[in-house]
Design a protein around this ligand. Sequence first.
Ligand SMILES: NC(=O)c1ccc[n+]([C@@H]2O[C@H](COP(=O)([O-])OP(=O)(O)OC[C@H]3O[C@@H](n4cnc5c(N)ncnc54)[C@H](OP(=O)(O)O)[C@@H]3O)[C@@H](O)[C@H]2O)c1
Length: 323
Amino acid sequence: MPSQAKIYVAGHRGMVGSAIVRQLQALPAATLITRTHAELDLCNQAAVQEFFRQEKPAQVYLAAAKVGGIHANNTYPADFIYQNLMMQANVIDAAFRNGVQKLLFLGSSCIYPRLAPQPMREDALLTGPLEPTNEPYAIAKIAGIKLCESYNRQYGESQGIDYRSVMPTNLYGPGDNYHPQNSHVIPALIRRFHEAKLTNAPSVTIWGSGTPKREFLYVDDMAAASVFVMNLPKDVYDQHTAPMLSHINVGYGSDITIAELAQAVSQAIGYSGQITFDPTQPDGSPRKLMDSTRLNALGWQAKISLEQGLALACQDFMHQIGL
Ligand SMILES: NC(=O)c1ccc[n+]([C@@H]2O[C@H](COP(=O)([O-])OP(=O)(O)OC[C@H]3O[C@@H](n4cnc5c(N)ncnc54)[C@H](OP(=O)(O)O)[C@@H]3O)[C@@H](O)[C@H]2O)c1
C-alpha cells in the first residue's frame, strides 16, 4: 500500500471501530477517512457509492453494524437483518466498483450453529440451526462473509481484490455500552458492582448459576488482530483459508465461568461484598469458546490479560459516568 494511501474505517465511533482507529493512528503513514452515521448513512446505496467515488480509499475496515443484545434483536429483527444486509452490500460493492483492493469485514461468533461443537472452529459455519434469538442478525453476518468470498472468487484474479473476514468473540473495553438493561455481561457487572460499592450493599445477586463458561477479548486486542489480518501477505492468508471458508476467528484463547468473571470484576472495581447467584434464572448455553487455532497459526495471540483489560474497562466506565 502506498504510504499515504487512504484507509476508511466504517463505524469509527463504535466500540470496535474506535479501537481500530486508535490502532491505525499508532502506525506511521496512514491517512484515515471517517464519516459519522449522520454524515453518511451506509444503508443509502447512492450516498455510499458517491462517497467511495469521491474518496477512493485503498483499504476499508467494515466495523459499522446495527448491534444489540437479545432484547433488541428479538424486538427489532427486521431492522437487524435489513440494515446489516444493506450496509454490508453497499460498502462491499461500492468498494469493489471504486478500486478498493483490501477490505476487512467484521462478523460475530453468532454465525455458528447454536449447538456447534466447542471450541467453535471456522468450519462449523452452516452446519446446523442458529440461535433463534439473533438468527436474522447472524444470517446478515453470514451473508457478509459470503459477499467477501463471492467478490474474491469472481473478481479476485482479474481485479486484484482481496476481501477478508474476522469473527470476534465477546469484546469489552473502552467505548462499551454500560446501559443498566441493554448491556453485555462485563459492562453490566461493572455497573452493578460499582453501584453496590457506592451504596455499601452487603451482597450482589447475579442471574443464573454462575457455571456457564464464556470467552472475553479486550477490544484493543481485537483491533490489533484486525490490522494484523488485513496486512497478512495474500499467499499466507490463502494458505490458511479456503475460497469458500475464508473467515478467521479472533478469540482470547481460553474461557472462564461467570462466577470467576464476577469475582474478577468485583475486584477490579473494588467491591468487597458477597456475590450470590440466582439459579432460577436462565443460564444460556453452558459454553461458548472460539477455536482460534487458525489465527494463532498465522502468528497472532491476544496480549491483554483479563485482569489488565478489566482494570482499563473500569477506568473507562468511571470516565463515562464522569468520575
Ligand atoms: N461488541 C462486541 O462484543 C462484539 C462482539 C463480536 C463482534 N462484534 C462486531 O463488531 C462490529 C462492531 O461492533 P461494535 O460493538 O463496535 O458496535 P457499536 O459500538 O454499536 O458500533 C457500530 C457503529 O456502526 C455505526 N452504524 C450503525 N448503523 C449505521 C448506518 N446505517 N450508517 C452508518 N453507520 C452506522 C454506529 O453509528 P451510530 O451509533 O451513530 O448508529 C456505530 O458507530 C459489529 O459487526 C459486531 O457484530 C462486536
